[in-house]
Structure formats: C-alpha cells, structure tokens
Write a protein of this length. Structure first.
Length: 347
C-alpha cells in the first residue's frame, strides 16, 4: 500500500522512481511555488485546468497539499522540476465499475520548453511500470479530453487503449468536453465482442455449463449463444469468461455472466466492457436478475454498485416448467425458487 505522508518542511521528499535523467519524487510544502508557477501559465492551463481557472497560493495548497489517498509528485529532469504527476486508487469512472486495484493518474509538464521531446511518454511509462510492479495495480485509467491529440498519442504510445467516450465529462474553459476513457490493463486477457465466429464454441460452452443455450427468466427466453456480449480468452486461447446482454428500449439487461477462473478479475473486466457499451449506446441504467441461492453474484454485483430493486417469488419454479433442467437445489444447498432484481444507474 502507498503510505500517506504530511507536508512538514522537515520531512524529506521520497524518490519513487530514479532514472538516468528523469525522476519522480513526492511533493513537499516548498514545491507549492513550482506548482503555482505552472498553473498561472496560460500555455499549461490550456491543457490542464483551463485558462479561466485562477490559481493562488491558497488554492494550490487546498488542491494539492491535502492528506488523502492520492500520491502527488513532481517530475524532475536532470534534478530540475519540470512537471507534476499524481495517481490514486479508483473503484469506478462515471459509474463504470473497475477491477480491484485499479488506479487513475493525471499529469502535466509545466515547462513548455520540454514539450514535444518524448518526455511525457517516458514519464507515463515509468509511472505505469511503478504502479504495476510496486503497487500491484491491475488496471490504470486516464480520461483525456477528446481534442487533446498530443496527450492521446502519448498514452497510446505507452500502451493505453481508447475504450469509450465519456460524454460531457469535464467542464473546461466554459463548456462541457467529451473525454476518452483510456485503459492500460496489466493482465493478458484477450476480450472480444461476440460475433458469429464465436457461436459454435459458445453453444458448446453454455451447454456444458447450463445444460443448453436457453435461458428462461421473467424478462424473456434467450438463446445465450446468439446474444450480444463479450468473450475473454487467456494466453493459451482458451475461454475464461463470457458475458451476454440484451438492449431494451430504455436500459441494458445483463442476461448471463460466467467467469471460468475465479479471483482473476475476469468478471470485473467483462462487466466493465458491458457498462461502457451501455454508455456508448445512450443507456444510463443496467438491469439483471440472479437467483436466490447465488450469494456470490449478490456480493459481486453489490460491490459494483448494483442495488436490489425487487424479488420475484417463485419465478424460477415457473421457469423450470419450460426448462426442466434448471436444478431445484443451488449453491450452498439452497433451494432455488425466486429471482432477485438488481439495477445500477450510470452517472
């Protein structure tokens, strides 16, 4: 875990990363003047906070010198401070659930003479490696505004992937701006949108898991192998998880989620993909049902921000009439009778 620190003048700064000519060190109180200098420079503000933002020494202190879960650092080039970088644990972005041990990061080079020299790419690479190796981050996210081509190119050069557009995500210079959600995933899962080429192997998978590809729930009857969704493969090219969904008129409904390897973040990544798909299609609500015995699913979804909205008594008993292979006894030897409704609103 990252240790918290205060900003006493007698406390030595901590060097997190030491490179040949670049280094990253935690900020101290004396660094407030460097940050103030950068955030009163219109060239810098045009990209970072907006030229309409007024920074004073008091605002710098209240924004940057606080005791919270963020790690704030200065970037040094040949022992001279040239910029700022911060990183912090994240559970979600705009309502989109993130895997455990996800981190966000933001940064800027405050000395414009060092722009367009590849320094940003080097620094972001250094921090990404630090977060993965030292902090054991599983996912790292950033959300640059879509017009900021230079930042986007830098992040893509490091290995970040554009996942979706966050509409009207940041208020910048008098207007709401769209941002890209960009992700660096330290796990080597190959997640693909389900297409016709996956249908045969999904038929086999769902039949082995559920006895058939048919799913009968109160919202309808579905052939799981023909639904939209995402499929995850491991390094060996074997399926390690699948999620399926159906787009209704006003919301997205998750129909199934199967993680074939436990405690590896596969379910979280598949859920993240679906939540991003909902936003990209203009849906701000996601619904799903699970059965009364599925305590693992209840824990998982509630940790991801889903709320119980109803219980359909005897719904599984009724579905069993149409699909007799639905078992009567489920997880933990609990009799399966009812459906539990869960919903989540995306910001």
């Amino acid at each position: 875990m990252i240790s918290k620190y205060d900003f006493r003048k007698d406390e030595p700064m901590i060097t997190l990363i030491e490179g040949t000519d670049l280094s990253v060190r935690t900020i101290k109180t004396e660094d407030e003047l460097h940050i103030l200098k950068w955030l009163t420079n219109d060239e810098v503000l045009a990209y970072y906070e907006g030229r309409d933002k007024i920074y004073t020494i008091d605002k710098v202190r209240s924004d940057f010198f606080v005791d919270d879960n963020e790690t704030r650092c200065l970037i040094y080039k040949d022992n001279s401070p040239i910029g700022y970088i911060q990183f912090y644990p994240l559970n979600e972005v705009c309502g989109i659930s993130l895997p455990v041990n996800s981190y966000g990061m933001d940064q800027f080079i405050g000395e414009p003479t060092y722009w367009n020299k590849g320094i940003g790419t080097k620094i972001v690479t250094m921090i990404v490696n630090y977060l993965i190796e030292k902090v054991e981050a599983s996912l790292i996210v950033m959300d640059p505004q879509t017009w900021n081509k230079r930042a986007i190119t830098c992040y893509e050069n490091v290995g970040f992937e554009r996942k979706c557009v966050l509409s009207r995500n940041e208020f910048h210079e008098g207007e709401w701006r769209d941002c890209y959600l960009m992700v660096y995933d330290s796990h080597a899962y190959n997640i693909q949108r389900i297409g016709k080429e996956h249908q045969v192997e999904l038929q086999k998978l769902f039949t082995s898991l559920w006895g058939s590809t048919e799913m009968v729930i109160t919202s309808g009857e579905y052939d799981l192998s023909k639904l939209e969704g995402y499929i995850a493969y491991n390094k060996m090219g074997l399926i390690c998880g699948v999620i399926t969904f159906h787009l209704n008129e006003n919301f997205l409904e998750i129909i199934s989620l199967d993680s074939l390897v436990g405690n590896n973040g596969i379910g979280s990544r598949l859920l993240m993909e679906v939540e991003m798909t909902a936003l990209m299609n203009g849906f701000h609500e996601i619904a799903l049902v699970t059965t009364n015995d599925n305590l693992h699913a209840l824990r998982f979804y509630q940790r991801k921000g889903y709320r119980l909205t109803g219980v359909k008594l005897n719904a599984v008993d009724q579905a069993r009439v149409q699909k007799p292979e639905i078992p009567e006894i489920g997880y933990h030897q609990i009799p399966i009778h009812d459906e539990l409704d869960l919903r989540k609103s995306l910001v």
